[in-house]
Design a protein around this ligand. Structure first.
Ligand code: NAP
Length: 489
């Protein structure tokens, strides 16, 4: 089996044919990854930080070439992709700085207490050690920030793990070039060969997760794919953590007190909904608005001028169009439509389905249908209790937005309901756009995450790949040698 790039704007194949990784090649890659892990995991945080800085620099030095290839493969546009590489380099440097500062990885020293039990105890030093080889599945919709050098890879490398990335077939050349650039930068900076590796093909992804030398998985993508890989990870003889970020059906609640200017609000909503052709995991998929609001009429007027952007791949368009049709048949909504596009390429007209909360309460399965693309659902409500009723029946989500005045009595109730369902509650802000910073949480109840206690964005993401080990009564000389290799040095 082979993989080849397809231009989503023209549906033309281009570039070299990339063979899928064979089982023999995969075995060699994992063997090398294991050897490099033994070296990389014991290198000082300063050494690893230096290697990460080299990767970030190399990424930016090759920005023109990478933007050109990825734009041809994803159709996301040069401005967006240039920004995404900048964000990716920033993210890598943030992890480098964090391990160098030592805050996230510092050992916790619990000194001996010379008292009778239960107060008395010997000295304990709780440390964090790299979990092992991590399998990372690159996402289709962020060819840099959630792909070969995305947050999963950079946090795992920072933690001291070796990483094997399964490239996404929608951008194979971007994946390959990014890997080549990063690998050279790492090796030039002194990292062992094989610390970062790349494989291609659906089978190799599954074999990777089944291999007992691999100790964790990280993934961003569909509920279906993520669940299949989670099941592989947990059904192993030695189950491993699988950090999956799945789905993209996020609630947005608009309170009566919020809409000062429907024109401006409608425009901002459409911008957020259609950003990246709607292919964002933080998309404002389901918006609740008051029944008597002027907003829907304004959105109906404005969407007419919106033009379609290309889907990431034929598969993404096919799935989106099928799900959109399933949703339409299930709820028979009023349809607000933007412009279509004739000819080649993977395009669908932007579309919004308008219905009521009451109707959806009777058709609750509609809210599990993910339209990953230029499709929004707007539901009108008569009371906030009705909205909360529906939100509580929704699946877990990455983010929920709440628009209103802080003295609006409904704000607290709605905010609480959202907090029960999502990983991040955004106040008077659209859900799209995820800052890479210490306070970020990008996760949430399943299916938003298969590991709801963890985040895949922000500095805390590193903890997914660090396993706690406590050393009891270890003599200082041994402690320094055995336990402190993650400490600042
Ligand atoms: P996907 O189909 O879940 O694929 C993501 C990665 O996982 C790909 O590398 C894929 O490999 C691999 N994979 C999926 N199922 C697998 C299985 N059973 N065994 C082995 N490998 C498997 O996601 P996608 O291609 O990015 O997009 C499809 C849909 O996912 C979208 O339409 C959207 O609904 C959703 N999505 C969500 C997010 C999000 O951030 N939440 C992001 C992107 C996509 P192969 O392609 O080689 O099979």
């Amino acid at each position: 089996m082979t993989i080849q790039s397809v231009n989503p704007r023209t549906n033309e194949k281009f570039g070299p044919v990339i063979p899928e990784t064979t089982s023999i090649e995969l075995d060699e890659i994992i063997t090398l990854s294991q050897t490099s892990l033994q070296i990389w995991s014991t290198r000082s945080p300063s050494f690893r930080a230096n290697c990460l800085h080299s990767i970030a620099n190399a990424l930016e030095e090759n920005i023109e070439e990478l933007v050109k290839i990825s734009d041809l493969e994803t159709g996301l546009g040069e401005i967006r992709l240039t920004g995404e590489i900048g964000r990716t380099a920033f993210q890598i440097r943030e992890f480098a700085n964090a391990i160098q500062a030592g805050d996230l990885i510092a050992p916790l020293v619990d000194s001996a207490v010379e008292l009778p039990v239960p107060q008395g105890h010997p000295q304990f030093v709780r440390t964090l050690v790299p979990i092992g080889i991590v399998a990372v599945f690159g996402a289709s919709n962020f060819p840099f920030a959630f792909s070969v050098l995305g947050g999963d890879t950079s946090s795992a490398l920072a933690a001291g793990c070796s990483v094997i990335v399964k490239a996404h077939p929608a951008h194979p050349q971007t994946s390959l070039r990014t890997y080549e650039i990063a690998n050279k930068a790492m090796v030039d900076a002194g990292a062992p060969k094989g610390t970062l590796a790349l494989v291609h093909g659906v089978e190799s992804g599954q074999m990777l997760l089944r291999d007992e030398r691999v100790q964790a998985g990280a993934f961003t993508g569909s509920k279906h794919g993520g669940r299949a890989l989670f099941d592989i990870s947990t059904a192993r003889k030695n189950p491993i953590p699988f950090y999956g970020e799945l789905g993209s059906v996020n609630p947005v609640i608009v309170l009566r007190s919020s809409i000062a200017d429907p024109k401006v609000f409608a425009c901002a909503y459409l911008d957020s909904l259609l950003m990246g052709n709607g292919q964002f995991c933080t998309n404002p998929s389901v918006m609740f608005i008051p029944k008597d609001s002027a907003l829907s009429a304004e959105i109906e007027t404005q969407i007419i001028d919106r033009v379609p952007s290309p889907f990431l791949s034929q598969a993404t368009k096919t799935l989106h169009d099928k799900n959109r049709e399933d949703l339409r048949v299930l709820i028979s909504p009023k349809i607000l439509s933007g412009q279509g596009k004739e000819g080649a390429g993977f395009y669908s007209a932007p579309m919004i389905f308008l219905s009521t909360v009451e109707h959806l309460l009777a058709n609750i399965s509609a809210l599990t249908i993910e339209c990953f693309g230029p499709t929004g659902l707007i539901l009108t409500y008569t009371s906030i209790s009705e909205v909360i009723d529906l939100v509580m029946k929704m699946d877990g989500a990455l983010v929920g937005s709440l628009f209103g005045d802080s003295d609006d009595a409904d704000a607290m109730v709605a905010g609480r309901a959202l907090a029960g369902k999502v990983g991040r509650v955004a106040w008077n802000a659209w859900p799209t756009g995820v800052a890479v910073t210490a306070g970020q949480h990008h996760g949430g109840p399943y299916p938003a995450s298969t590991a709801p206690l963890h985040t895949s964005v922000g500095l805390s993401a590193i903890t997914r790949f660090l396993r706690p080990v406590t050393f009891q009564s270890l003599p200082p000389v041994l402690l320094n040698q055995v336990a402190m290799n993650l400490a600042k040095s």
